[in-house]
Design a protein around this ligand. Structure first.
Ligand code: ATP
Ligand code: MG
Length: 490
């Protein structure tokens, strides 16, 4: 039977109309105002004949009007596709076509990209937010309920291991993801979640969804700036912030000898591997950093450290959020504690599938479980440790080598800014690890070797080191290891 819940934003505006929903610079918008604005924009969108059968894409910055548009699209029950700003127009056009978007909502700053998209795809209508605001209002019947099975958003994966895949996220996925998070972190009356992650990633959208369910304000930043973020984190206004490794590093650096305000109760760290030295530096400074593990397909975190473990279980991504489960499998069998295998996950926050990707759906879903493609293990107490992606594993002379482990050691060298490790063909060992390094110094090979000895087993020490000016990264700034060898072949 179909499960429905009250129309999310309407219900929140009814329950706590005067609470702040959104803070942006000096602007504050209450839930009642947000709802009224969203309804107004949905009426304007309806004048374009946008209906619940449609898919609409957004290419929008982290601004209050974006939040309004996103809610307006939910009010129309259309599926929303989120475009990453850093994609090329060709990549954007692919996602628009793949999702059969009928409308792209953008803003003036992206006019160059939208002109090129228009040249590539003449069928799609493109409107800026400004243009939408002058459209006539078309009266609409406001929905009383949302079905948890309906698709709310389509978000493409980052494309780290291959072509980005369109992930179908339902209203139910967002609901359960937010519930799972609250059952771990709790909800406090003074909570304000700082959102300096992009709204086009699940890390950003999930904060907006939690705000509606919890009745909690979001402090929105257009983009991450460490000086502004640190000021906010020291002001006492913020209690939780979502960060990735790079932003956490920049906050730490900016803080120097200063501390965060004691009201900051959680820095939720996700999106990729977290180097141990960073976690240790946070603990030393009393920063409550919580490592988490999740992906576009899990509609945000699905495994997170609990508050009481954040200082003692450094390096672990934690245990599953209450509604979710994890298992480690190898050759079809469940692994024992400490044994490495693929992480599989289950729960109501997991996507119902990829759009137009029968191949990937077949491969990824088995007996109600989702195969993440990541390798990890759980310890005796059930804490998860994420090792690396299955596709990046290097098998050298029968030994498994995880590039992330080597990269972490290399990055800890004071003269190394960035490092990427990949397997290179080798007659004796099958594959051997080689490293690509960004540094301002040409560190001699023997010195690097010495640095790694004691930190890494001999077979893990890179056999060759290439100094390069930058590493290949995707639009989410994730390292593309599959493109590293091209740097020496070109
Ligand atoms: P694609 O699926 O297209 O290759 P992607 O996997 O990078 O791209 P995302 O959904 O943005 O797309 O990222 C999820 C991935 O990020 C996870 O599968 C995992 O590899 C990595 N990741 C997330 N959290 C952690 C963590 N705590 N430790 C290590 N890796 C993590
Ligand atoms: Mg992925």
């Amino acid at each position: 039977m179909e499960t429905t819940l009250p129309n999310f934003l309407k219900q929140r505006a009814y329950l706590t109309p005067d609470r702040p929903a959104l803070m942006f610079q000096d602007e504050i918008i209450t839930f009642a105002q947000l709802y009224a604005k969203a309804i107004a924009v949905s009426e304007q969108l309806a004048s374009l004949n946008i209906t619940e059968e449609d898919t609409v894409a957004v290419l929008l910055k982290n601004r209050p009007q974006t939040v309004v548009v996103l809610h307006a699209l939910q009010q129309l029950r259309v599926r929303t596709v989120f475009l990453n700003h850093r994609l090329t127009p060709v990549e954007m056009a692919y996602q628009l076509q793949d999702s059969q978007s009928v409308l792209l909502i953008s803003e003036d700053e992206f006019s160059q990209a939208t002109e090129q998209i228009h040249d590539l795809d003449k069928h799609i209508s493109i409107f800026t937010i400004k243009e939408l605001s002058s459209l006539p209002h078309h009266s609409l019947e406001i929905l009383d309920e949302f079905s948890l099975d309906d698709v709310c958003s389509i978000m493409y994966t980052s494309g780290t291991t291959g072509k980005p895949k369109g992930v179908l996220q339902t209203y139910g996925n967002h609901w359960w993801s937010a519930i799972g998070s609250s059952l771990n972190l709790g909800i406090r009356e003074d909570d304000v979640w700082l959102c300096a992650v992009p709204l086009f990633h699940i890390s950003g959208l999930s904060i907006l969804m939690r705000s509606i369910f919890y009745g909690m304000p979001v402090y929105l930043m257009e983009k991450f700036q460490e000086d502004v973020a640190v000021k906010l984190l020291q002001s006492g206004k913020i209690t939780i912030m979502s960060v990735v490794t790079a932003t956490m590093q920049r906050i730490l650096h900016k803080l120097q000898d200063e501390k965060l305000h004691p009201n900051v109760r959680c820095m939720l760290l996700g999106g990729g591997p977290a180097p141990r030295p960073l976690l240790e530096a946070c603990v030393e400074k009393g920063i409550p950093v919580f490592q988490s593990y999740g992906m576009t397909e899990t509609s945000s975190q699905t495994v997170t450290l609990a508050p009481e473990d954040s200082l003692t279980k450094i390096g672990s991504a934690g245990k599953p959020l209450f509604p979710a489960q994890i298992r480690i499998i190898h050759n079809g069998k469940q692994c024992k504690p400490m044994e490495h295998g693929e992480i599989i996950v289950k729960g109501p926050n997991i996507t119902i599938g990829y759009l137009n990707r029968e191949d990937a759906n077949k491969e990824s879903f088995q007996d109600g479980w989702f195969r993440t493609g990541d390798i990890g293990y759980v310890d005796e107490q059930g804490y998860l440790y994420v090792m690396d992606r299955r596709s990046d594993l290097i098998i050298s002379g029968g030994e498994n080598i995880y590039p992330a482990e080597i990269e972490e050691v290399l990055i800890s060298h004071p003269d190394i800014w960035e490092a990427g490790v990949v397997g290179m063909d080798d007659e004796t060992w099958g594959k051997v690890p080689v490293a690509f390094i960004v540094s301002n110094k040409q560190i001699p090979a023997h010195e690097l070797q010495q640095y790694c000895e004691g930190k890494l087993a001999k077979y893990k020490i890179p056999k060759k080191v290439y100094f390069v000016s930058s590493l290949p990264r995707n639009a989410s700034n994730k390292l593309l290891r599959r493109k590293l060898l091209d740097l020496i072949q070109s």
